[in-house]
Write a protein of this length. Structure first.
Length: 312
């Protein structure tokens, strides 16, 4: 009995990459003769001809499905929409830019069957597209999230992975609005086999992730799977209370023994500014957590569908 693999491909302005990706998947599908494929492209509010290309492909090939959002909701929403639409026995999340080579699916599927694992995922040991600063920040980030979070993550982990339907259903059951899928993969458990590989360059277009978006994404991961910043704020508050208490005792004793010949206002002003800065910093952390709660309780949809291959 043949098995079916659903490929989830989030797309944002990928008009040049999609035809190349599609042709490569066709080649792989011919090699995997006992496996059926479906390609679920998620058009995340693209401004180019991405949607037109997807319409044409869906007419030519019934294996091609697409979901077009009413606007740009982000890659996390695109992956969630794709996971919800899966009909196969297995599902893989891939980028259309060919940095996730479709030919790797052959090896990944073979491992799933032989080793009886739930997921085969790829991680990069190096990335030519990253500059020195981005590589350094990425390494620091993975070390930090590994220490402060219960959701363990592989350094250099890609979204590219082949999963069983059982694992897919577990992730889909996590209905939160603020999504950090990399953390969810670790949170749901299941046995994962990691494969190292060197990510190739994009076949077309440019990366949609700049440093600002990556920092924001990192903060999403911390707040989604760790309360350590809030605990740190409490500890720092206790520490400053102890320091101030000791300082008061020191000042009282010093004044009684030697008097107070100088007012000391410059040092006092510096201390006040420093402490106020610490307070505002941690109030900002608390505010970020509150903003996430605010978005969750409103129960807004993660994405809104404008068109699919069935409605067009």
């Amino acid at each position: 009995m043949s098995k079916k693999i659903s490929l989830i491909v989030p797309c944002y302005n990928e008009q040049e990459s999609i035809p190349l990706f599609y042709e490569e998947v066709k080649k792989v599908s011919k090699e995997m003769k006992n496996v059926e494929f479906e390609m679920i492209f998620i058009n995340d509010g693209s401004k180019d001809k991405t949607l037109e290309i997807l319409r044409d492909l869906s007419k030519k090939d019934e294996r091609v499905r697409y979901i077009s959002f009413s606007r740009n909701f982000g890659k996390e929403a695109g992956m969630y929409a794709g996971l919800e639409a899966v009909t196969g026995d297995y599902a893989a999340i891939m980028d259309a830019d060919m940095q996730d080579p479709p030919e790797k699916l052959i090896e990944m599927y073979d491992i799933l069957l032989k080793e009886k694992v739930d997921c085969v995922a790829l991680y990069t040991e190096s990335h030519k597209g990253y500059n020195f600063v981005r590589k350094g920040l990425t390494n620091i980030w993975y070390k930090l999230i590994d220490k402060i979070s219960d959701s363990k993550q592989m350094p250099g982990a890609r979204d590219f992975r082949l999963m069983t339907k059982q694992m897919v259903d577990a992730i889909v059951d996590m209905k939160e609005y603020n999504r950090y899928t990399k953390g969810m993969f670790g949170f749901v458990g299941f046995e994962t086999k990691w494969l190292p590989y060197h990510a190739p360059e994009r076949v077309a277009g440019t990366s949609k992730f700049n440093l600002k978006k990556l920092v924001r994404y990192a903060l999403e991961g911390v707040m989604a799977f760790s309360t350590t910043p809030l605990i740190l704020a409490a500890y720092v508050g206790i520490l400053f209370c102890l320091i101030s208490f000791i300082a008061i005792i020191f000042i009282v004793i010093k004044t009684l023994l030697w008097g107070d010949p100088t007012s000391g206002w410059p040092s006092m002003a510096c201390i006040i500014i420093f402490v106020s800065g610490i307070q505002l910093f941690f109030l900002g952390i608390i505010g970020m957590y509150l903003s996430k709660i605010y978005l969750e309780v409103k129960k807004r949809p993660v994405y809104i569908i404008k068109e699919t291959e069935k409605t067009k």
